[in-house]
Design a protein around this ligand. Structure first.
Ligand SMILES: Nc1ncnc2c1ncn2[C@@H]1O[C@H](COP(=O)(O)OP(=O)(O)OP(=O)(O)O)[C@@H](O)[C@H]1O
Ligand SMILES: [Mg+2]
Length: 517
């Protein structure tokens, strides 16, 4: 634009430039008619636009892939919406010669989603009443700004590592169309982009990438999350639990999903914490999958032991999108909230009597241990940052609720506590219907009696009810379950006897000690 203006600056004639613009319009229409536009139109378009800008200046609006400057890495919703809006048209257009393909978003795994490559430009028209406006979209990318280091980050630090480029779309339009573009066109682009995204949406299961591998040998700094398409079949229809409790949870989730205005009115961030607790195999992970399927949300599964620091945890949160469930499984095992660290253990390995000799400095294992603290975690759940974006559910699971710090699970942080328990008769009947399609059977009575005596997880019941061969049917599977329950009952009795014997022996010892005294 600047070079053109320098070239033509000497002429200083608005009339000449206007003539050029009119001439261009005529040439443009004819080129299109002759189908030559696909070959040369793209280049001519850009120059013509620049020429026209001399008499009728252009305004530009830039939409960046990431919000928040150099340090913040929150993906911009507006960018994704514009990308989707443009991708729905640009893949079919002949004036876009270079496309960028991204895999597996869309209706099928085989499909590629195409968008404009860097340097491509397309024109778009918008009619509002009698006015038709032409705008131009230009795609480009730039290396991210260098951060000041400070412990690294998804984009920053990394000792000069090559970093992923940040992408931008820039919209050009004539100044005289400013109001109509800003008030009408851009909102329409976002609306239509969102509709395309919803139509193409495949839910994703994200997991965090170990933070110590950010600066790989290949020198690339990756995104904080990697993902696969989320295709878990578990739904509330196949989750065995007390029907009233299940209904309560589903209502709670529905209220949350539709609660945007409510959360705004009461001045709370639009997020909700769930604590799922209970023995292994009682369906905590299955419940999370059912929740995600019910709400149509993505899942972000955080492996806390791979998160190096509280700052990294915050960055992970910022990179999550709305309509998502953020999960930390087995929270009591992921993090030693008492402050004892793995590093200490490692040091002990080398310093103990007869232990291995301490390796020379620099040969110690790379410190990849998590330094996430309880306060970091609390901040993650309800600090100021956690209110970014909204519409997020945070789920913790644990087998030992009593081991958790009360501050972590108090209401307000973990709003709803859900106990997942051993299989009761109701849950068994539900599983029998789901797995074997039987509502009643002569063995139901025996099974009901045994279930009241022993603890068995829904996972074990489900396993016994699963046919293992073509010959298996409801009779054999239920008989198998009776066997498993009887064995569990026997083991329980043996365990109790063993415990009683131990107690008797202890008592005898105490008596002997007392007699001696
Ligand atoms: N209540 C349930 N209803 C239906 N299926 C269940 C239920 N509980 C467990 N299952 C089945 O048992 C298997 C194990 O369950 P799941 O992984 O959800 O247990 P968990 O509570 O997450 O265990 P852990 O504490 O070891 O992670 C899954 O295949 C799941 O479908
Ligand atoms: Mg689990």
């Amino acid at each position: 634009m600047e070079s053109s203006s320098a070239l033509l600056g000497g002429l200083n004639s608005g009339v000449v430039l206007s003539l050029i613009a009119v001439l261009w319009t005529v040439v443009w229409q004819n080129l299109q008619r002759l189908q030559l536009y696909a070959v040369v139109g793209r280049h001519v378009s850009r120059h013509a636009r620049r020429l026209t800008a001399l008499v009728d200046p252009y305004v530009s609006v830039t939409i960046a892939e990431f919000d928040g400057g150099a340090r913040m890495t929150r993906r911009s919703d507006a960018f994704d919406e514009v990308k989707s809006y443009l991708s729905s048209s640009c893949s079919r257009r002949h004036d876009v010669r270079h496309l960028r393909a991204e895999p597996a978003i869309g209706a099928g795994l085989d499909r590629l989603v195409l968008s404009m490559s860097d340097g491509e430009e397309i024109a778009d028209q918008f009619t509002d009443g009698d006015v038709t406006v032409t705008v131009w979209w230009w795609a480009y990318s730039m290396p991210p700004p260098r951060s000041d280091g400070g412990g690294g980050g998804y984009w920053g630090g990394g000792g000069g590592a090559v970093q992923e480029n940040r992408r931008f779309y820039r919209l050009f339009f004539l100044d005289r169309n400013r109001d109509i573009v800003i008030d009408r066109y851009l909102p329409r682009v976002r609306r239509e982009g969102r509709a395309v995204m919803v139509a193409n949406r495949q839910r994703k299961l994200y997991t965090n990438i170990a933070t110590h591998s950010w600066s790989d040998s290949d020198g690339l700094v990756r995104s904080a999350w990697s993902h696969v398409v989320f295709e878990h079949p578990k739904t509330f229809d196949t989750l065995a639990m007390d029907p009233a409790r299940k209904k309560g949870i589903m209502n709670d989730l529905t209220m949350f999903k539709n609660g945007k205005d409510y959360y705004k009115r009461v001045g709370k961030a639009w997020k909700r914490g769930y604590l799922l607790y209970g023995p292994p195999g009682t369906g905590k992970s299955a419940m999370i999958a059912a929740m995600a399927n019910y709400l149509d949300y993505d899942i972000y599964d955080i492996e806390l032991t791979s998160v190096h620091s509280n700052t990294d945890l915050r960055k992970l949160f910022i990179e999550t999108t709305g309509k998502s469930i953020i999960v930390i499984e087995d929270i009591d095992c992921s993090l030693d909230l008492t402050g004892a660290r793995k590093k200490k253990k490692e040091e002990d390995e080398y310093s103990g009597d007869g232990g291995a000799p301490k390796p020379p400095p620099g040969m110690m294992k790379k410190d990849t241990s998590s330094k996430v603290t309880l306060s970091g975690l609390l901040n993650f759940i309800d600090g100021l940052w956690s209110a970014c974006g909204g519409e997020r559910i945070i789920v913790f699971t644990t087998n030992h609720v009593d081991k958790l710090d009360p501050a972590l699970i108090r209401r307000g942080r973990m709003d709803k506590h859900i106990e997942m328990s051993y299989c009761c008769f109701e849950a068994f009947k539900f599983l029998a219907k789901t797995y074997l399609d039987v509502d009643d059977h002569e063995l139901f009575g025996v099974i009901g009696g045994l279930l009241s005596e022993v603890d068995i997880t829904p996972a074990d019941v489900a396993e016994n009810l699963t046919p293992k061969s073509m010959d298996d049917n409801a009779d054999t599977c239920l008989a198998e379950l009776v066997k498993a329950l009887e064995k569990a009952k026997e083991d329980k009795a043996k365990g109790r006897n063993g415990q009683e014997e131990d107690e008797d022996e202890d008592e005898d010892d105490d008596k002997k000690v007392a007699e001696k005294k």
